[in-house]
Design a protein. Sequence first.
Length: 235
Amino acid sequence: MTSPFLLYHKIDLPTPDVKVRGAFTPPKAFARQLEMLAKRGFKFATASEMAAFFRENEEFPEKTVAITFDDGWKDNLTNAFPILRRFGAKATIFLVTNCLGKTTDTVTAEGEGPREHLSIEDVRTMSAAGIEFGSHTHSHRHFDKLELGDIQDELATSKDIVESITQRPCESFAYPAGFFTEMAKDAVKAAGFQIAFTTVYSPEMSPDVFALNRTEILRHDRFIFRFRRKIARLS
């Protein structure tokens, strides 16, 4: 089964200086993609809602997708949010909490300049409208390189910040760059998260709810036939 978790990064057009453009989905293409999903009868859920359903049923709900965004870019508010609202689509955004309110190159692609992240007020606004916010750690350090204590600090700090801002449980997690170890996975469970995502982009879904792969939507999927092909096996 194709993973029902769709991964996006930036809903925007790349500027001329950007060399690595795969993570940019044009807003018009994003709208066409959601329109296609809605017309085909798909429902939209947050990552934590999918996790709760899985705990009850040992499977994910049929004809349901979870739209996820990594890194917490400002364009998730300015460009993606109005489109999500137009289609009544829920989504989950994974924040690098040390980047909130900053313009930084901490998590930009190689060769790409600084880019603006969501602010605390942005997160509050979107959370009040039903967008879920998960953790992408505090500083985006790769978990396969860290000692247990550092992993625990990254998890606890980011979780506390997200919960303080949204006043909601932070139950969803995405590993920075997708890297993790069994030790890191155990730490994520112990920290109270209910679901966690790698960036293993596979046509088949991982059965491990703490190491789930996602269906990555790239810039070339702006051509609707490519997007249709990617979601063809979703049930």
